[in-house]
Design a protein around this ligand. Structure first.
Ligand code: ARG
Length: 461
């Protein structure tokens, strides 16, 4: 074998790989994005080998220089990737040997691609998590500032998509901030899970050299060291943890996007999305479509799919490395990209949307949103709640039969339903007063909204 057909592992083979073997094996088209992590891992490994007397100082220097040059070449777009060399690991190793000769061939001593690929993937996730953590925190702070501007904006709160009780728009928005705040906990968990060093275990059983995995751990910034060589090369739980975070975040984003779609529709008109974040229709000139919100809502599908796809790849795999494991990466990369672009789009919509306070106020006057307040009014005067519930129920029915609402009802009409009803019932049924009547921790009353804003700012501000 010669030239392009020569594999780094080709020693025992008589024939070159068939074209389909190469095509099916290749992962460099997508795993090339881990080049930085691969180079960082190789430098740490080479330094460790030098400390252990396996590489000379000169060889280490040549390797470090060679890898730095390759990194530069990749970043300049001058590196030529070869699918025949399968993956990013062998592309870089072979370019290194071409550049520096002998020393390049020694780099893979006491290492296998199995611990190498597990390492690179863990480093890659860790780097991406740092960015995602920041953008998620900024999405949360964007929701907090929208809430701060709307501490007095009354709107209907819904259950079953039916007007239920008056709430403050800030409270509704902060509900999502709390969802995303829990997502950061799942993200932190995924980060911790990725932070266990697999490098230094070799293919599966350990290596026939005295190595220094504690040095590798501290050089690469891992929290701990995987203590079982077989587990180290076959474990992909850390990817599942990240994909679970992504799926849950995607579900939360899709719920918020669903509300943005509803609220920006003409029937609600609670909000208006920024012009440059909506799209027109090719046939209907009046349209302003919330495509960004719909796309983000739709993308939750692939985030769930990537989680279940990896579950399925892993199910039933025997110890240790099996080539199936190469199928762990495309879904991971897709989830990373999807999460990043979705957070960015959502943050853009939230930070620029216009709130139509008047429409919200008008809507909260519908469907007897203060019926619970009227029932509690009677409770305060000694009526048992079940009875007051029935009395207010009959007021509502009376209103419906006579095509009235709480606000067109005269005091005298109210009074017919209970001798305990007095003139102040008129104020009691006004939606504006309802939210401040809430006394429980976590309620939609202003002081509780302020408590939430302070807590979220403390965590993410
Ligand atoms: N490209 C491979 C992967 O992503 C690298 C590990 C290959 N190891 C092996 N024994 N063939 O999993």
């Amino acid at each position: 074998m010669s030239g392009d057909n020569k594999k780094l592992w080709g020693g025992r083979f008589k024939d070159a790989s068939s074209e389909i073997t190469e095509r099916l094996s290749a992962s460099v088209q997508y795993d090339a994005r881990m080049y930085k992590q691969d180079i960082r891992g190789s430098i740490a490994h080479a330094r460790m080998l030098c400390r252990m007397g396996i590489l000379s100082a000169d060889e280490l220097q040549a390797i470090e220089n060679g890898l730095a040059a390759i990194r530069q070449e990749i970043e300049n777009g001058e590196f030529s990737f070869s699918e025949k060399l399968e993956d990013i690991h062998m592309n870089i190793e072979s370019a290194l040997t071409e550049r520096i000769g002998e020393a390049g061939k020694r780099l893979h001593t006491a290492r296998s691609r199995n611990d190498q690929v597990a390492l690179d993937t863990r480093l890659y996730i860790t780097d991406e998590i740092k960015e995602i953590r920041e953008s998620l925190a900024s999405l949360i702070m964007t929701l907090v500032s929208l809430a701060e501007k709307n501490k007095d904006t009354v709107m209907p709160g819904y259950t079953h998509m039916q007007v239920a009780q008056p709430v403050i728009f800030a409270q509704h928005i902060l509900a999502y901030a709390w969802q995303f705040s829990r997502d950061t906990r799942r993200l932190d968990f995924a980060a911790a899970s990725a932070s266990s060093l697999p490098l230094g275990v070799g293919a599966l059983a350990g290596v026939n050299y005295k190595n220094d995995r504690e040095f590798l751990r501290s050089e690469l910034g891992f929290n701990d060291i995987a203590l079982n060589s077989m587990d180290a090369v076959s474990d992909r739980d850390f990817i599942l943890d990240f994909l679970y975070f992504s799926a849950t975040l995607g579900m939360h984003m899709s719920r918020l996007c669903e509300e943005l779609v509803l609220w920006s529709g003409s029937e609600f008109s609670y909000i208006k999305l920024a012009d440059n974040l909506t799209t027109g229709s090719s046939i209907m000139p009046q349209k302003r479509n919330p495509d960004l919100a719909e796309l983000i809502r739709g993308k939750s599908g692939r985030l769930y799919g990537n989680l279940f796809s990896l579950f399925t790849v892993l199910k039933g795999l025997p110890m240790t490395y099996n080539r199936d494991l190469q199928e762990d990466k495309e879904g991971l990369f897709d989830s990373i990209d999807t999460v990043k672009i979705s957070i960015e789009g959502l943050t853009a919509m939230i930070s620029t949307l216009a709130v139509n306070k008047e429409r919200m106020r008008a809507a909260v006057y519908s469907n007897f949103s203060t019926a619970t307040d009227a029932a509690d009014y009677l409770v305060k005067k000694g009526v048992p709640f079940r009875e007051s519930h029935a009395i207010v129920g009959s007021i509502v029915r009376y209103c419906e039969d006579s095509q009235k609402d709480f606000f067109s009802l005269g005091v005298d009409e109210f009074k017919k339903f209970s001798p305990l009803i007095e003139d102040d019932i008129i104020d009691c049924v006004k939606p504006e007063g309802s939210t401040e009547r809430k006394q429980s921790m976590g309620s939609t009353a202003k002081s509780e909204i302020e408590r939430q804003i302070a807590a979220l700012k403390e965590k993410f501000g």
